[in-house]
Design a protein. Structure first.
Length: 322
């Protein structure tokens, strides 16, 4: 079941990411105007200056960075977590300059906060210092979603949780120093780590791992800045995902993830389209939940009508086949 759920997680994220690009950075009103009917196909995605940066059916930087992070960790498990983070920092910068070498020419779509860190004068010699400096320059307020968007694939590494936890923290801190980013990454990875390794998912199981994940975060992150508030989500509409002031905050995809977890019985497709309808950083919001729901419902992802038009599936299968 592990291999089946792993494949569902990978395809579930990549597909949700690619479909979410269709409404990325739109308001709810703009979504309704551009897409009067849901669900849409890749061919329906509007042509504009933002979306024309990708071929229709391609995933975005969210999945690009997820692949880079996964490969970096998988190939360097003999190193310490801090050392793995440093290797990742180099691979991340190489991606920005050259893309995923077999399918891209440069990294497209990278968020401003990550770009600020990569351009900091300390990045090449001490990426952790660069990340912390950028965060401190923001008066310790910068907590964007660029770390939580790329972390899910790490859950499929066949290592114990304690080792994975240290790696998740270090690879988050390379570009996102804020404790809220770390907390979100840990929670997401713990949940998916457990889902991948179970035969059956039901409400009791979800409640159990939800409580365990919260304990892990509280134990591992000293200052969580009211993290418990992120766990209380009534409706997607209450999240105001298209609000330009919060749409790229780590809490937006994370709270979508919490809503998806609590409402998982609705299924992959229903939940992903509900998230995409609400615009904002839709590809990221959908990608993080897509990884979770793909792991829970791998068969549903495989039957999704848009999967046949998702680009580079062979590249994905080759990357995660070992």
């Amino acid at each position: 079941m592990f291999k089946k759920r792993k494949k569902g997680m990978i395809l579930g994220q990549a597909l949700a990411d690619a479909l979410g690009l269709g409404t990325e950075f739109m308001t709810v009103d703009q979504v309704k105007k551009n897409y009067p009917k849901f669900p849409y196909n890749f061919s329906d995605i509007v042509d504009d200056n933002h979306r024309n940066g990708w071929l229709k059916g391609d995933w975005t930087d969210d999945t690009d960075q997820s692949i880079i992070l996964f490969n970096t960790v998988k190939n360097n498990l003999h190193l310490t977590a801090k050392e793995i983070g440093i290797v990742f920092s180099k691979n991340l910068k190489r991606w920005l300059e050259k893309g995923l070498l077999s399918i891209d020419t440069c990294g497209v779509g990278v968020g401003k906060p990550v770009a600020w860190v990569l351009r900091d004068e300390n990045y090449d010699t001490d990426p952790y210092k660069a990340s912390k400096t950028v965060w401190e320059t923001s008066e310790k307020s910068l907590a964007e979603d660029g770390a939580v968007m790329r972390t899910a694939f790490l859950s499929s590494l066949e290592i114990d949780w304690e080792k994975l936890k240290e790696i998740v923290i270090s690879c988050c801190q390379i570009t996102h120093w804020d404790s809220r980013c770390i907390a979100c990454c840990l929670f997401v990875n713990y949940i998916i780590y457990k889902v991948l390794r179970t035969e059956n998912v039901d409400k009791n199981f979800i409640e159990k791992i939800f409580n365990e994940a919260y304990i892990e975060v509280c134990k591992s992150v000293k200052k969580t800045k009211n993290f418990s508030k992120y766990l209380k989500v009534d409706t997607l509409d209450s999240l105001n995902l298209d609000n330009p002031y919060i749409r790229c905050h780590t809490k937006s995809p994370f709270r979508c993830f919490i809503w998806s977890l609590k409402n998982y019985e609705l299924g992959y497709e229903t939940i992903i389209w509900e998230i995409i309808k609400r615009g904002g950083d839709a590809d990221t919001n959908a990608a993080v939940s897509g990884a979770l729901l793909g792991a829970i419902f791998p068969e549903e992802v495989e039957k999704n009508i848009n999967l046949k038009d998702l680009l580079y599936k062979d590249f994905l299968f080759e990357t995660f086949s070992h």
